[in-house]
Design a protein around this ligand. Structure first.
Ligand code: BV8
Length: 234
């Protein structure tokens, strides 16, 4: 069995990482066009750095939860049985990795990595970033930003994602509101390819007709349930 998992902010919510579109989510307080676009960064880099520096500091004290750990168990069982496991996350945290999952693709980038807008250089980043920081690769200041995909930018690895998605037997969207494309289109792609689809989320949202199965609840409750059901079929 080959399983393709898409995760969003909801899987990390119980670890204390924020979500975006819940009533108390980031976008209820901040304007995404000012904080999650290249234009917003160009207009006010200090404000964008402050937003991501605060999230990075929070992430360093966060811990993976039972939902992340359940997906690690699923990965290990599938690989042992000669199956396939592909985890594509919209999240920029490293909680899947800290739970032990080996194959994680961050389509929207990683908060614990910096990107130099001048030279494209990538580097680990576990402390605050500012416009004064100098890129070790090119020696220039003012270009360092979080290695995060903003609105209007191309998500990482789209070809690999689509290849893995269409060759899966099971697709599951976990902890995501299904509002940001192209990730929000993956369920429709899977359905069109005749793949069994699952929505595992606190709320069963609008496009839920795209899913064969629904599991509604908090991720630390429903993701282990989802994994138990799949393990029974391996
Ligand atoms: C692009 C930065 C071109 C990282 C983010 C159609 C086609 C293509 C593009 C578009 C299109 N229509 C519009 C677009 C443009 C745009 C877009 O989608 N806009 C939306 C607003 C309509 N998309 C883009 O610009 C993307 N780039 O399209 O390039 C392209 C296209 C295809 C191929 C090549 C090139 C770039 C999108 C990335 C933007 N970056 N943020 C960061 O700061 O973290 S967006 C932001 O939203 C995050 O990345 C996040 O990952 C993403 C999705 O949010 P969710 O993870 O779903 O979080 P949300 O809060 O929304 O939902 C949480 C869910 O969890 C809720 O349902 C809640 O009920 C649930 N939940 C809460 N608590 C729990 C829980 N579930 C379980 N347990 C709990 N405890």
């Amino acid at each position: 069995m080959k399983v393709f998992i898409l995760t969003g902010a909801g899987i990390s919510a119980e670890s204390g990482a924020g979500t975006f579109r819940d009533p108390k989510g980031f976008w209820a307080t901040f304007d995404p066009m000012k904080l999650a676009t290249p234009e917003g960064f160009a207009a006010d880099p200090d404000q964008v750095h402050a937003f991501y520096n605060a999230r990075r500091r929070d992430l360093l004290t966060a811990e993976a939860n039972d939902a992340h750990r359940a997906l690690t168990r699923l990965e290990q069982a599938l690989i042992r049985a000669g199956g396939g496991f592909w985890l594509c996350t919209q999240n920029i945290d490293d909680l899947h990795e800290r739970a032990g999952t080996r194959r994680v693709h961050h389509m929207h980038g990683e908060l614990l990595q910096s990107l130099c807008a001048h030279c494209g250089g990538l580097a680990p980043c576990r402390s605050d970033l500012s416009t004064a920081d100098i890129c070790r690769a090119c020696g220039r200041a003012g270009g360092l930003r979080p290695d995060v995909v903003w609105f209007g930018e191309t998500p990482y690895g789209m070809e690999q994602i689509e290849e893995a998605l269409v060759s899966a037997d099971v697709f599951a969207a976990i902890g995501t509101s299904g509002t940001v494309y192209p990730a929000a289109g993956f369920a429709g792609l899977a359905r069109a390819a005749g793949i069994e689809t699952w929505l595992v989320n606190l709320e069963i949202y609008g496009a839920s007709w795209e899913f064969d199965h629904h599991l509604a609840g908090r991720a630390t409750q429903v993701v282990p349930e989802f994994v138990t059901r799949l393990l029974g079929r391996i």
